[in-house]
Write a protein that binds this ligand. Structure first.
Ligand SMILES: Nc1ncnc2c1ncn2[C@@H]1O[C@H](COP(=O)(O)OP(=O)(O)OP(=O)(O)O)[C@@H](O)[C@H]1O
Length: 243
């Protein structure tokens, strides 16, 4: 408790006391960076910049930076809300600062850490929002062109591919669930087959998540994402394990 006291004021944490004693690197350069961005960049770019600063530079008082630049990071939302409501008198409010949610989304993508981890306020959002946006994205495929793709390519399947294709489709139709492990030499049509299975499911207005272990593999699949991104798996880029 003695160590947390600075000039007669008792602070909640040693961190706060150290900051008050100017023992920590201050956030002046991040302040200048954001001030510069606020003049020259779009709110979306400033949010992205702020998220990168949070996740990779660890400013000592992130909350103060947010409070200072939250208007610059939320101008597009204010403008959109004014247009939607046809009311130019709407001002910044807690709803307009939904930009905090967008910043948290970027932070989770970069470091898999929520804003609270960086000493930031917790955005006010029900957990279902995350699920809803994922569900919406998975429904955004063009069903008609997918159905055409399926019709054109189904007939090209080789006997072996057809065997796998039918087994998986039967399992899906019967809602049996299960694991299928597809193993064949390179260039023999695994990606072709998987693309067709994904297209068939999506053309029927169902959800098929295309998940791969690496970014390169994910790019081979339509709507493909890495497991870390899709399942929000922990990925600590700052960990430097010693052998
Ligand atoms: N039944 C098929 N009819 C026509 N073309 C096919 C068929 N199966 C695969 N192909 C074509 O063969 C090529 C190689 O197939 P694909 O990329 O699916 O192989 P793969 O097994 O996934 O290869 P890799 O293991 O190297 O990733 C692709 O151009 C694909 O379009």
């Amino acid at each position: 408790q003695y160590l947390r006291k600075v000039n007669g004021t008792s602070y909640d944490s040693f961190f706060d006391a150290c900051r008050e004693l100017h023992l920590l690197e201050d956030d002046n350069h991040w302040d200048l960076t954001l001030a510069d961005a606020a003049l020259s960049s779009s709110p979306q770019q400033i949010r992205q910049l702020f998220s990168i600063i949070l996740t990779t530079c660890f400013p000592s008082d992130a909350s103060a930076l947010w409070n200072k630049y939250k208007d610059s990071m939320s101008e597009d939302i204010l403008r959109r809300t004014r247009i939607t409501n046809q009311n130019l008198n709407i001002e910044f409010s807690a709803e307009i600062y939904e930009s905090l949610i967008m910043i948290e989304d970027i932070c989770i993508l970069i470091s898999n850490m929520p804003l609270i981890h960086f000493g930031m306020p917790v955005p006010n959002r029900p957990a279902v929002d995350i699920i809803n946006s994922d569900v919406q994205r998975e429904h955004q495929f063009d069903k008609t062109s997918l159905a055409t793709f399926v019709a054109e390519n189904e007939r090209l399947l080789t006997a072996e591919q057809r065997n796998v294709y039918d087994q998986i489709n039967v399992s899906i139709a019967a809602q049996q669930g299960g694991f299928f492990f597809l193993d064949a030499p390179g260039g023999t049509g695994k990606t072709f087959l998987i693309a067709l299975i994904l297209a068939r499911i999506r053309s029927q207005n169902h959800i098929a998540l295309a998940i791969a272990s690496s970014g390169i593999a994910a790019t081979l699949l339509d709507g493909g994402r890495t497991a870390h991104s899709a399942l929000k798996l922990p990925l600590n880029v700052h960990t430097n394990p010693k052998p």
